[in-house]
Design a protein around this ligand. Structure first.
Ligand code: ADP
Length: 419
């Protein structure tokens, strides 16, 4: 098909080139006809002229001069060499010619920026002035360059965009090279996100420790100074100081727990754990707290075992956190139900249900973030650190289990662990 159409193109091109000859033939034919000559001889004359124009002539079949053709072949060869390598990369990359036209884009680039029209200027695909300036400069100076470029849509992404000239050696001729430009995009969005999370975490952790520390210091100074001989005040202050010190050690324990979990997050636990005795144990350990806040914990356990693959201590921590939260935050519902579902063929599920005030929908996706609390005051007054659900999520990720949160304002909350 392609060959046929190029032949037609060649014929059209020749007809265009020989248009004056054809025109002159038509003119002569017209004049002789008007002059009253034999129409058959006029027709024969027109036929001979047309065949003469379209008769294959070797120098005309070639569209391009020979040296130009060789040049094109060399260009294509260079492009082929670079493209073959870039096609294997999983980072977006493109090849540009020295007039900034896109000659090739790999699959990753297609996915990230859409399909480029080959041969079109790079600005038809990427509109960032920063990238376009850099491309222009590199083509002019031949020096590699890179910039940071961020995109907001369809999702927030940050790239290090680099352009580098590549000289491809040409055939046998010593020193002859073909110059192309490789534009590549290194996605650093995830690195940035982790960086931000780390600095947020350090800021949050120091803030959480600084508050009780400042309060401890204040009380020590008061006991040393104005309340030096006020034993009653000292007793009151010492009780608050003990509270603050306990809060700090809870926080340090939770932080250590998180970092321990992070260290082994890639190793899946392999022991068999029966959730029935485990949940009974958690319930017993939380009885004093439940009594304190006036909540009854009811377990709905299956007849037999509810076995999962996991780490007993870590799963204990998960259910202790969830049931403790249900008692503390769902206090007004006065009842916490724990359901264990073991349907053969289905994943084991444990649901902790309270009838408390519930959690507004906008908070639900963020509950497992470190230090995220619906109300900081409420959490502090209930001895929370804001790390409980982050720990739960870490443990469950290691167990290849999921945490599903359903909550309705005014009706209560359900935390389900699906193994
Ligand atoms: P905290 O130490 O503050 O309890 P968590 O990570 O355990 O931290 O919980 C994060 C936040 O999620 C809590 O501060 C609370 O606002 C909310 N939360 C957790 N469980 C419940 C629940 N059962 N009902 C209502 N809110 C809850």
């Amino acid at each position: 098909m392609a060959e046929e159409s190029s032949r037609t193109d060649a014929l059209i091109a020749r007809a265009r080139a020989d248009a004056p000859v054809l025109l002159a033939t038509a003119l002569v034919a017209g004049v002789t006809l008007v002059a009253g000559l034999n129409p058959w001889s006029v027709l024969a004359f027109v036929l001979v002229m047309t065949v003469a124009v379209f008769w294959p002539r070797s120098e005309r079949v070639q569209d391009l001069p020979v040296e130009h053709q060789e040049e094109t072949e060399r260009d294509e060869n260079a492009l082929h060499q670079v493209s073959a390598t870039l096609a294997a990369l999983d980072i977006p990359a493109m090849v540009l010619s020295d007039d900034a036209a896109v000659q090739f884009q790999n699959r990753a680039a297609e996915r990230a920026f859409g399909e480029a029209v080959l041969g079109a200027h790079i600005s038809s695909l990427l509109r960032s002035p920063g990238i376009l300036d850099m491309v222009r400069e590199t083509i002019a100076t031949n020096a590699a360059n890179q910039i940071e470029h961020s995109e907001r849509l369809p999702s927030e992404r940050v790239y290090i965009v680099r352009i580098c000239p590549v000289d491809i050696p040409q055939g046998m001729n010593d020193g002859e090279t073909q110059r192309l430009f490789v534009l590549s995009f290194r996605d650093i969005s995830e690195l940035r996100r982790i960086d931000r999370m780390r600095s947020d975490f350090v800021a949050n952790a120091s803030h959480e420790l600084r508050t009780p520390l400042a309060s401890l210091r204040g009380f020590i100074e008061t006991i040393q100074g104005p309340a030096k001989s006020d034993h009653k005040a000292q007793e009151r202050f010492l009780a608050i100081m003990l509270d603050q010190a306990t809060r700090m050690s809870r926080l340090v324990d939770d932080l250590l727990s998180l970092s321990r979990l992070e260290l082994k997050s890639h190793i899946a636990p392999d022991a068999k754990v029966d959730l029935v005795p485990l949940l009974e144990h958690v319930r017993d350990s939380l009885l004093p707290l439940a009594e304190d806040v006036g909540v009854e914990i009811e377990l709905h356990l299956p007849e037999g075992k509810a076995e999962v693959t996991g780490d007993r201590d870590e799963l204990h921590e998960v259910f202790e956190n969830l049931i403790e939260n249900a008692c503390k935050y769902g206090q007004e519902g006065q009842k916490v139900d724990v359901y264990v579902k073991t349907v053969p063929g289905d994943p084991v599920e444990v649901s902790v249900v309270d009838k408390g005030p519930g959690i507004a929908a906008e908070h639900v996706p963020r509950l497992t973030e470190r230090f995220y609390r619906v109300s900081v005051e409420d959490s502090r007054s209930k001895k929370g650190t804001g790390l409980g659900l982050a720990i739960v999520k870490h443990i469950l990720t290691r167990h290849r289990a999921r945490l599903i949160v359903k909550s309705e304002l005014g009706k209560g909350t359900e935390f389900t662990v699906r193994f």
